[in-house]
Ligand binder design. Structure first.
Ligand SMILES: Nc1ncnc2c1ncn2[C@@H]1O[C@H](COP(=O)(O)OP(=O)(O)OP(=O)(O)O)[C@@H](O)[C@H]1O
Ligand SMILES: N[C@@H](CCC(=O)N[C@@H](CS)C(=O)NCC(=O)O)C(=O)O
Length: 635
């Protein structure tokens, strides 16, 4: 469903820029950048535009931009010539000829007017053709820019910390990206398709009027344009709040239906269909209000614009008629003035929308820029070392303290060692910090105090990417990609063959279940893997970790969704997989970690008890004994 939402927002097209368009509402998103560095990488919108439009490293794009400029000039010259040619044709019919005395003149004039008609046709055809060619060339510039910005943003987001992603709503993030990448494109498109050609056309029209019929006409045209712009600007600024209200409601409607549908089961379990329906109805009413005001203010804007333009044309024609009557002007001039003004008014009809679009694009670009100026707080040191050899050594936590925020410590002075090739299990109450240990070990975060070392090398001295290649994780929450089973298992090692995949699936005790799926390994798992059961997802996540074949293995309640028999089968398989590897098992069900070389009992972020299963049970008052007895009595 998220995909559908993204797909919808991707299809934004500008009605003033492209024919046969659908108008997509502008959604407003507010984001507060986190972990921002000293604005590194931050560009002003002008710099961004310059980078997109005139990239220093891509001369072929700059050549295209020059060609686009040339085509705009040629197209507008041809366009402005049309009324001038038309004037010549009209004037021909209004010029009395002395046919009795010079009959050849008729033939000559006939040929001349026929030529004018042909030139008229050519000019009319040339202008849109050049314009379309310009659009084609400009698309190359625009698409290249969108591609570069999208790729840079995607790569950047994958570089950012887990904390950044945990603090963001995925939907909001994707909208900021989607809009931001198109922001520069929108502004460039507005400039190339509308603003620059219209300004050029206005200059040409002013010049032609001045040169051929006199300054008064240029003055009327100038005054009309200035009033039109002032009126459009003021009304557009005033009515923007209605559009914002409408877009906000539209946004909330989209989010509400998305949220309700993914929580469909919860709505049903609590019989809250009516409650949800009433909430939805309030949002629809707000949208309705906003959209009615938007429409009525649009009508006001359009009418005002038409009145101003019509007033300008009427004034020019009135003046022209007076001059024709007094014999100072031809009928052809009148037609030319009329055509020139009508022609120049056409692109002005979208001025308000373009102004709004540029404002919005500017905001979108700023938001994306804020996003790009976030830097990962976990940085690799310049003399980082490769991890393969250290990862075969001991894992040591030395007085590690950590909290997601400094005012709430989760782990306190934690010290333990997982000897190379051994298995340590961590147990403890919910929220005691077990998964946090896995996140620190995968170096999603650095400890606030103390340190972690691997094979005697501090973790922050290891090359991060290389280190992570050497650690296999089966996380607590197994989320799968919306693809088929094969893709999801192969994700552990993208170079794995079908045989490797099957071997891993067998070890995770999921091969037979997959074979029984309608399309076997090609079966689609649905969004976040929701078409599979919790246990199936968990076993696919296990198979994927097996495929990674890393020397360090971290299992965060890797078998919690499995029934006892499947769990028993997997644990046997995992013992084989883990043989010789350094492993940390986090588990609630103690029967799964009885064989661990050491068990740590975590309470309030510290190790309350430690020892083997036997040692811990030997003290009947230990927390471990309590937990064990409790679990035994309920199984
Ligand atoms: N990203 C985060 N930001 C802030 N606090 C967090 C974050 N992740 C976890 N916490 C908090 O840290 C504490 C420890 O969480 P952790 O996931 O490590 O617990 P756990 O022992 O694995 O719990 P469980 O057995 O329920 O999975 C919890 O109080 C949790 O609310
Ligand atoms: N003439 C007006 C409106 C032009 C127009 O029709 N714009 C299209 C978008 S390109 C539209 O649907 N606008 C809706 C609106 O402004 O509410 C202007 O200058 O803005």
């Amino acid at each position: 469903m998220l995909g559908v939402m993204l797909g919808a927002s991707r299809s934004i097209r500008r009605c003033w820029a492209l024919p046969s368009t659908s108008i997509s509402s502008t959604r407003l998103v507010s984001t507060t950048p986190s972990s921002k560095s000293e604005n590194s990488g931050s560009l002003t919108s002008y710099e961004q535009l310059k980078k997109s439009f005139w990239p220093a490293d891509r001369p072929h794009i700059r050549r295209k931009v020059v060609a686009v400029g040339g085509l705009i000039v040629c197209s507008k010259l041809a366009n402005t010539a049309v009324p001038l040619i038309f004037r010549e044709i009209i004037n021909y019919f209004n010029t009395p000829l002395d046919v009795e005395h010079i009959p050849q003149l008729v033939i000559l004039s006939g040929t001349t007017v026929a030529s004018w008609v042909l030139i008229y046709g050519a000019a009319r055809a040339l202008s849109p053709s050049l314009n379309e060619y310009k659009n084609t060339l400009f698309s190359v510039v625009a698409q290249s820019n969108i591609r570069t910005v999208s790729q840079r943003t995607y790569d950047h987001l994958l570089e950012l910390d887990l904390s950044f992603h945990q603090s963001r709503k995925t939907g909001q993030l994707s909208r900021v990206i989607d809009r931001g990448t198109r922001g520069a494109d929108s502004i460039l498109r507005a400039l190339v398709v509308n603003i620059v050609p219209t300004l050029l056309e206005l200059c040409l029209v002013f010049g032609v009027l001045w040169a051929s019929v006199g300054f008064e006409y240029t003055a009327i045209c100038g005054l009309t344009t200035a009033s039109y712009i002032a009126f459009t600007y003021n009304v557009t600024v005033w009515r923007t709040k209605f559009r914002k209200q409408m877009n906000k409601a539209d946004n909330e409607i989209g989010f509400k239906s998305f949220d309700t549908m993914i929580n469909y089961e919860t709505v049903k379990y609590f019989n809250n269909e009516k409650f949800e329906g009433a909430n939805y109805s309030k949002l629809l009413a707000a949208f309705e209000q906003g959209s009615l005001k938007t429409q009525s203010s649009l009508s006001l804007l359009n009418s005002g614009q038409q009145i101003i333009i019509t007033a300008g044309i009427t004034a020019s024609m009135y003046l022209a008629v007076q001059q024709i009557l007094s014999g100072n002007m031809s009928v052809g001039d009148l037609v030319m003035i009329n055509l020139l003004l009508i022609q120049v008014a056409q692109p002005l009809n979208f001025l308000g929308s373009i102004y709004r679009e540029i404002q919005q694009s500017h905001t979108d670009m700023r938001k994306l820029n804020d996003l790009l100026s976030n830097r990962p707080s976990l940085q690799e040191c310049s003399d980082a070392v490769t991890a393969a050899a250290p990862c075969r050594g001991d894992i040591v936590f030395n007085n590690v303290s950590f909290g997601y925020s400094p005012d709430k410590m989760i782990l306190r002075d934690l010290s333990f060692t997982v000897p190379s090739g051994k298995t340590v299990a961590i147990v403890g109450g919910s929220g005691s910090g077990k998964s946090t240990i896995v996140r620190l070990l995968y170096r999603f975060y650095d400890p606030l105090k103390g340190g972690i070392s691997i094979g005697g090398v501090p973790l922050n001295v290891l090359q991060l990417d290389d280190y992570r290649r050497n650690v296999g994780v089966v996380p607590q929450d197994c989320v799968l990609f919306n693809d088929n089973v094969r893709y999801n298992i192969q994700y552990g090692n993208t170079a794995a063959t079908q045989e490797d995949i099957i071997r891993a699936a067998k070890l995770a005790d999921i091969h037979e279940a997959i074979e029984a799926f309608p399309d076997g390994y090609d079966t689609l798992v649905g969004e976040r893997g929701q078409m599979l059961s919790g246990g199936e997802k968990q076993r696919i996540a296990l198979a994927r970790a097996v495929l990674k074949d890393a020397p360090i293995l971290l299992y965060d309640e890797a078998t919690s969704s499995l029934d006892s028999l499947t769990e028993h089968n997997i644990l046997e398989a995992l013992n084989t997989v883990s043989a010789g590897k350094t492993s940390i098992f986090i588990a609630h069900r103690l029967s799964t970690i009885m064989d661990a070389d050491e068990i740590l009992v975590l309470a309030n972020g510290s190790i309350a008890e430690r020892g083997t299963h036997k040692q811990l049970l030997s003290d009947p008052n230990s927390m471990y004994s309590d937990m064990w007895n409790q679990q035994m009595s309920t199984e």
